[in-house]
Ligand binder design. Structure first.
Ligand SMILES: C[S@@+](CC[C@H](N)C(=O)[O-])C[C@H]1O[C@@H](n2cnc3c(N)ncnc32)[C@H](O)[C@@H]1O
Length: 270
């Protein structure tokens, strides 16, 4: 069993070592999520302290839009993109999961929005210099060469990527969660294939966000996000009692404090 033995004693069951574990962010994982909820949405209950990474990211997009054309790469069911509907001349969202795209098109409110099944890591089916702003929120990492082609020179390209959660989770629940090095801003640059992309003014910020998980079950719901029912049953049986003890010992009135880290990339097309 993995994990480091901490002061709370026990090393908990590690669902990642079970044969039913679906690797997060694989195609199978996104399809499983769609099957279960029809959406890409976090199912655990929690409260956040301000500022929130997604809100800051949304403000940066809006500030650069100037009623232009906007692309969301890896849009999920499209909810995040819809907030820009009145501020954009046109919005396109692309994703590889057909179900997310169908759902996005069913719920879009205005004719200037279109969701399409497209692989963001391949050739993007748009003319040169078509968009004013393009972003991904936790989506593909290999689209920046194409971003530079399809966004107008000087247009903004943004990426928000989850860089792991820390705080209570990793220290308090060894085995269930494993240790993680403290992320740093430039960690992500080697993953993003920016070399030779033509992008300029590349800037990466590491953003720390504070979340309070509401109940012990939410610790397990977060861990098992996107996993199948069978594995969830096993995890609940193996871990819930221990997780309740640890949670109750460390939670504040707001819940169990967790730090979420995000990398926020901004760049300009040339
Ligand atoms: C972590 S989810 C985020 C969804 C949405 N952007 C949000 O923040 O709620 C990542 C999304 O990227 C999509 N995705 C992953 N790889 C992709 C690719 N190569 N091309 C297009 N979409 C992709 C997934 O299907 C999923 O909907």
């Amino acid at each position: 069993m993995g994990g480091i033995k901490m002061s709370d004693g026990k090393i908990l069951f590690d669902p990642m070592k079970h044969a039913e574990w679906i690797p997060p962010h694989s195609r199978e994982w996104y399809e499983q999520l769609f099957k279960e909820t029809g959406e890409y949405r976090y199912p655990w209950k929690s409260q956040f302290e301000e500022p929130r990474a997604e809100i800051i990211f949304g403000h940066k997009i809006a500030a650069n839009l100037n009623y232009g054309r906007l692309l969301d790469v890896g849009c999920g069911h499209g909810e995040f993109a819809l907030q820009f509907a009145l501020d954009a001349r046109e919005i396109v969202g692309i994703d590889v999961v057909e179900g997310f795209i169908e759902k996005g098109n069913q719920h879009k409110s205005l004719g200037n929005i279109n969701f399409m099944v497209t692989d963001g890591d391949g050739h993007l089916p748009f003319p040169n210099d078509y968009f004013d702003v393009a972003y991904t929120k936790k989506g593909p990492r290999d689209w920046y060469h194409e971003a530079n082609r399809i966004v107008k020179p000087g247009g903004m390209i943004l990426g928000l990527y989850h860089a792991g959660s820390h705080g209570g989770l990793r220290d308090r629940f060894p085995g269930l969660y494993s240790p993680m090095p403290q992320p740093e801003a430039n960690d992500i640059l080697s993953d993003l294939n920016l070399h030779g992309s033509g992008l300029t003014d590349i800037h990466v910020e590491l953003f720390e966000e504070i979340e309070y998980l509401a109940t012990p079950e939410d610790v397990l719901i977060k861990k098992c996000f996107g996993q199948n029912h069978k594995l969830k049953e096993i995890v609940w049986q193996e871990c819930l009692q221990d997780v309740e003890v640890i949670f109750n010992k460390h939670a504040t009135k707001q819940g169990l404090k967790v730090f979420n880290y995000y990398h926020l990339l901004t760049a300009r097309a040339s």
